[in-house]
Every structure is written in C-alpha cells, then in structure tokens.
Design a protein around this ligand. Structure first.
Ligand code: COA
Length: 255
C-alpha cells in the first residue's frame, strides 16, 4: 500500500510534471503580466489555464473589463473592490480554458451554490489566490471537475489537524518538516478541488475528514470517500505545482 500523503519523489517547482503536461511552445511559465495568461496545462481532468492577478486594483481598466462578457463585467463592478481582481482573473482563466476546448463565450456567472456556470456540454471550475487565478474546463462526459491553488507554504496557523484525518497524519510522521508542510498543503488543496468536484452531486458542506487521500509520486492520488450522507461517488485527483503554488484538480461522478 502507498504511504498516505508521503511524497517520495516530489517534482521541482513549476515542473508541471506528474499531473499532466504544459502545452509545448507556451513554456511552463511565462513572465507575470497583469491579467495575462501565466500558463496553460493539460491535466487528466481537463485543460487548466492560469492568469496573473495584479497587486494594484488600478489595473482593472475598461480594457480589462472589455475582455469579459458584458454580463460578467456588469457583475464584476457590483463586487467589493477587494474581490474584483480575483473574480475577474478567475473568469478570464476559465474563459481561456473553455475557449481552448472550443466552447462558446457565454457568460460565466455564479450558480445558486457559488460555482461558475459554464456553457451547456462543458464542466468547469475556478480557484484563486492573491496573485494567481486558475480555471479548469473539460467537455461534459459524466464527470464534474474541481480545481484549486494554494500557496506552497502554510500560513501562520497549522492546519494539519483540521484538514487531515488521523490516518493521513500518521502517514506524514516519517517526513521531514518541509516535506510534511508541503504534503499538508497538497492534501488541503486537493480536498478543496474534490469539494468543488463533488458539490454538484451532494449540494451540501463536506468536511475535510470525509475524504482520505494518498498522494502518489506520479502526481495522481488515491481518494477514499466516506461521506457522512453515504452518497456513492467515484472521485479521482491529481497534484502538481505552478509558480510558488500547489495546483490540484479532481473529477467526480456517481458510482
Ligand atoms: C467553496 C470552497 C471550496 C472555496 O475554496 P477557497 O479555497 O475558499 O477559494 P478558491 O479561490 O479556491 O475557490 C473560490 C471559487 O470556488 C468556486 N465555488 C464557490 N462555491 C463553489 C461550490 N459550491 N462548488 C464549486 N465551486 C464553488 C467559485 O468559482 C469561487 O470563485 P469566484 O467566487 O471568484 O467565482 C471553500 O471555501 C469551502 O467552503 N470548502 C469547504 C470545506 C472543504 O473544502 N472540504 C473538503 C471536503 S473533501
């Protein structure tokens, strides 16, 4: 059995190795320019696009708003200024991923659960941190998808016991502190991705301890769900790195 959360062979930062390939010709990481495409990566669960977020909200110009669907631009200006940049960048990332798969440029507005609504025949997901947003899109073929980015380093608060099950924590015991911290952030991120992928099926809050993960060295993960409401779902997940972030993706379907 694979050690839980133990990462024996961690790829270097920005490697894109493991969970999918970065599109040739685009390079693994373009230099950061505000609201520009930072990377485009093919993950097993869909096409993932990253967008750089400006530090300064004055970068939200009419030209940037014009890159959104008019309905999205109308929604963006209603948001608190602190939320506008991440919301816009998430739309631009998912819009680019959808366009890469040939989807029509319909508005991506929040549904009743806060998830991004995508054109018929597609599935998609959004995540953002302060300086990076990602969008993941795939053609609808029975799976729903989720994506998440997190900083590689844990913040001031140790989230280990909140996020990991006892079995997962036991699997980390042999790791050195740096590898353990990275494994915790990867598990945290993958659980957020899984939350977004399974939410359309369960439509309820799912706790971190309802899923057990084993991160595998090839960038995939073994996912064991023990949902308190006993829904039967097939869930798969992948992990990688992008800039100084961890990047994870997941997909789910009944079964
Ligand atoms: C909803 C949640 C997953 C968002 O994650 P986050 O790290 O706070 O924020 P992220 O930037 O990664 O994601 C935010 C995006 O998620 C999407 N989102 C929000 N609610 C969603 C839902 N119910 N389903 C799918 N996607 C959702 C939105 O697109 C949102 O961005 P936007 O408002 O700009 O469009 C998180 O706040 C949460 O509630 N988690 C519940 C606990 C959990 O993760 N359990 C794990 C179980 S395995």
């Amino acid at each position: 059995m694979q050690p839980r959360c133990a990462i024996a062979d961690v790829p270097g930062p920005d490697s894109g190795r493991g969970a999918g390939r970065t599109r040739p010709g685009n390079g693994p990481m373009a230099p950061a320019v505000d609201f520009s495409i930072a990377f485009e990566r093919s993950l097993p669960c869909g096409l993932c696009v990253g967008v750089s977020i400006p530090e300064d909200s004055s970068a939200i110009t009419p030209a940037v708003l014009a890159r959104l669907h008019p309905d999205e631009a109308g929604h963006a200006v209603t948001l608190h200024p602190r939320r506008q940049a991440t919301w816009i960048a998430g739309r631009l990332a998912l819009r680019a991923a959808l366009a890469g798969l040939g989807a029509p440029p319909d508005p991506i507005l929040p549904d009743d659960r806060g998830a991004p609504g995508v054109p018929r025949g597609m599935v998609g997901s959004i995540s953002h941190k302060r300086l990076l947003a990602v969008g993941l899109a795939s053609r609808e073929c029975g799976w729903t998808v989720g994506v998440d980015v997190e900083q590689r380093q844990m913040g001031k608060q140790d989230i280990t016991s909140r996020v990991l099950t006892g079995a997962e924590r036991a699997g980390l015991a042999a790791l050195d502190p740096a590898a353990r911290e990275q494994a915790v952030m990867l598990c945290f991120s993958l659980k957020e991705s899984i939350y977004k992928a399974i939410d359309p099926h369960v439509r309820r809050y799912v706790g971190f301890h309802e899923v057990d993960l084993a991160l595998l060295p090839d960038g995939s993960a073994r996912v064991d769900t023990h949902l308190v409401s006993a829904e039967r779902l097939q869930v798969e997940g992948w992990w990688s790195f992008a800039r100084d972030h961890v990047l994870t993706g997941a997909r789910a379907r009944p079964g």
